[in-house]
Design a protein around this ligand. Structure first.
Ligand code: SF4
Ligand code: MG
Length: 341
């Protein structure tokens, strides 16, 4: 049977005055119902654009999208906007980073959740309002009947994110996309929201894609991790394999700069030197080579000349990495354990 979500060689290129921005350049992954995929990379690595394409939000823009997105046997890249609109919010739903930009300031929270429900369901206003209150209760808003009548600015940041989650789940979507769902929140609230997403996923059985710059966010939550750099996949596998035996220097860097598990939250202990590449002009060879401390370990000049293919890590089923280093070199540099300082 084909996977619930099957993204094949997705490319999202956007023409600008400076040149063609290749935000997503040949990304593939699969996801089953009830499973969570973490897409991880620094900001500006094209992660968010992947989620916009999953929602069909590129339609009507100048973006050039190719490849295939199969969701429950239906292909979304070529789907007309009219049909995509019927899926958006109902089959595919999104939790945005900043609930304030997704919630309208002039309408009550309850009215907005009710409206999101009524877009896809023929129910009375009262039924939709009841459903909104029910959803607010499920995401842990105290006194939901009363709070449904509040406006977004009357909610705290964490409560707003809960309301946003309630709105994105009100139609019981099969696929939920969460783009940096906790970035704007303080640490305690972050943990609560991640727990909430996990609980709701169990309850609703949706497939979840979490997009984040922080491996710590997906370490406990995701079944699979996809690490992207410069709009391309550099490492992909089960969370267990990727965290226990990371096989790409960029992933090592992300692990070492991860604030969560160290307790020093907000402090990046060992940030990766340099900055993400221009998506218009990726470095030749391995796109990560200008920032990679290990290129000297590969065959002479290879990292700057030849783009590494994504290959299966020896001895694993479906753990993939794109790096010229030999397995022996990786073992020697990094060993088998996680890249924690
Ligand atoms: Fe570093 Fe070379 Fe591997 Fe790229 S291919 S990550 S430059 S060692
Ligand atoms: Mg983003």
């Amino acid at each position: 049977p084909s996977p619930f979500l099957d993204v094949r060689d997705l490319r999202v290129h956007f023409p600008t005055e400076d040149g063609l921005v290749k935000s997503v350049d040949g990304v593939s992954f699969t996801l089953e119902r009830g499973q969570t995929l973490g897409i991880v990379g620094e900001s500006g690595s094209g992660k968010s654009v992947t989620s916009l394409a999953l929602l069909g939000l590129h339609k009507g823009t100048r973006a050039r999208v190719s490849g295939e997105i199969w969701l429950e046997g239906r292909e979304l890249v070529a789907l007309p906007e009219q049909e995509m609109r019927a899926l958006r919010g109902r089959t595919v739903s999104m939790i945005f980073q900043d609930p304030l930009s997704a919630l309208h300031p002039f309408f009550t929270v309850g009215a907005q959740i009710a409206e999101a429900y009524r877009v896809h369901h023929k129910v009375s206003k009262q039924e939709a309002r009841d459903r909104a209150v029910e959803m607010l209760k499920r995401v842990g808003i105290p006194q939901p009947e009363r709070r449904a009548k509040d406006y977004p600015h009357q909610f705290s940041g964490g409560m707003r994110q809960r309301a946003m989650i309630a709105m994105s789940l009100v139609c019981d979507p099969a696929l939920l996309i969460a783009d940096e769902p906790t970035t704007a929140l303080d640490v305690t609230v972050q943990a609560q929201i991640l727990d909430l997403i996990r609980d709701l996923q169990e309850e609703f059985g949706s497939a979840v894609v979490i997009i984040t710059h922080d491996l710590g966010v997906v370490a406990d939550l995701a079944d699979d991790i996809l690490v992207v750099y410069g709009g391309r996949r550099v490492e992909y596998g089960s969370t267990h394999d990727v965290l226990k035996q990371p096989r790409h220097p960029y992933t090592w860097g992300l692990l070492q700069s991860m604030p969560h598990l160290t307790g020093d939250v907000g402090v990046r202990l060992n940030p990766i030197p340099g900055s993400p590449p221009s998506l218009i002009n990726l470095p030749g060879g391995c796109a990560f080579h200008p920032r990679c401390s290990y290129k000297g370990w590969a065959l002479e000049g290879r990292c700057t000349l030849e783009r590494p293919e994504l290959r299966t890590v020896p001895g694993t089923g479906r753990h993939l990495a794109a790096c010229h280093l030999t397995e022996e070199a990786k073992q020697e540099i990094h060993g088998g354990g996680p890249a924690r300082a």
